[in-house]
Write a protein that binds this ligand. Sequence first.
Ligand SMILES: [Zn+2]
Length: 105
Amino acid sequence: MSGNYPAAETLRDFMFEMIDQSPDRLAVVAIPAGDDPDELEALAIAGFDLAKAERPDLGVKLAPGLDPTGSEALLMQVHEHRWVGGQCLHGCGEDRPVDAEPEAA
Ligand SMILES: [Zn+2]
């Protein structure tokens, strides 16, 4: 790491904080630009992997920021899946068997 980015653990904790504060369990985290664009994406992925290890029901999407060279180089939309009829309410495209839902049956 170049030292220009936060640690992946910091990013994970920030994601949890944002999700926990959100009524719909969805957060958009902007990661500012640093020295190395490749490292930016690696940080996002490492942070998400750490988060997913603790909360397996997380989904993520990455998108370029609105200000690619400034405070929003990369946007991460992170959410906790909300399953209804085997599909996630957030429209992330993930699905799972309906019989996996604890409230079904
Ligand atoms: Zn989802």
